[in-house]
Design a protein around this ligand. Sequence first.
Ligand code: NDP
Length: 290
Amino acid sequence: STPAPVTVIGLGPMGAAMVEAFLERGHEVTVWNRTPARAEPLVARGARLAESIEAALGTNELVILSLTDYDAMDALLKPVAGALAGRTVVNLSSDTPERTREGARWVTAAGAEFLAGGVTTPPSGIGAPERTYTFYSGPRDAFDRHRDTLGVLTRPDYRGEDPGLAALMYQIGMTMFWTSMLSYWQAIALADAHGLKAADVLSHARETFASLDMFTPFYAERIDAGNHEGDVDRLAMGTASVEHVLHTMKDAGVDTTLPQAVVDLFRRGIAEGGAADSFSGLVELMKAGK
Ligand code: NDP
């Protein structure tokens, strides 16, 4: 079938990569951006720059947004809400699940269908659906209608009708990404205090991150079964270990915000009586949100 025409609004690094992927696959692409200069390289490659945001909305049924957040969508689309009727708006900007639901509500009330997306790859992975994926949520029929077109960007992973679900999955990933990468910066700071470059510890860092792949399925099964037995690891042992980490950081004179937060969580687990349980018991403390 002929590739469907598509409008892309928002030409940051992500939006621009999306436009390029669509053009490469033969889609007609209409673009619009608050700062028009950003459209120039894309127009040179075959995209059409709409003369106004209303014109961008009016050209195609499928409208993809790639903006900083949902406030940016509101700022752009609320003044032209009358032009939304009959469109399918796919917002690939990230935000909280609540903020996503709120955006979905008013766009739907304006007469459009709304799909939320949570893109889990940087711009380099856009146009490579064989190795990258995006979470979608919202009306199933709208998703099915545009699945093939969205599949040009990344592999679509539909999570359900509640528009907040894609944002939830996105935030679950970000929770792990930001803290894991900060743990890496912490390790590099410690290495640097001892005259080692990032390159000197790179293979050790990669092996350490790769080893997490063995722990996640092991603990997932036990956590879902409510099993925090201390047969493989005990929180008392873990606490001694994270205190060694903290003291190593202090001795090195580097920032201790992150290791201190880790020690605090472990100590709270001990105070709650979990010393003989696995450190997976800390997940109960986190669930309780106290
Ligand atoms: P940017 O923040 O660089 O995108 C900026 C886009 O939003 C620009 O088109 C900008 O317009 C527009 N914009 C921002 N605020 C407003 C506003 N108030 N009114 C009108 N337009 C506005 O983000 P990226 O392109 O990097 O990412 C887009 C989305 O994708 C974000 O939600 C991000 O979290 C998510 N994402 C990004 C990844 C990445 O690696 N970059 C990875 C995965 C997800 P202007 O050009 O005029 O400033």
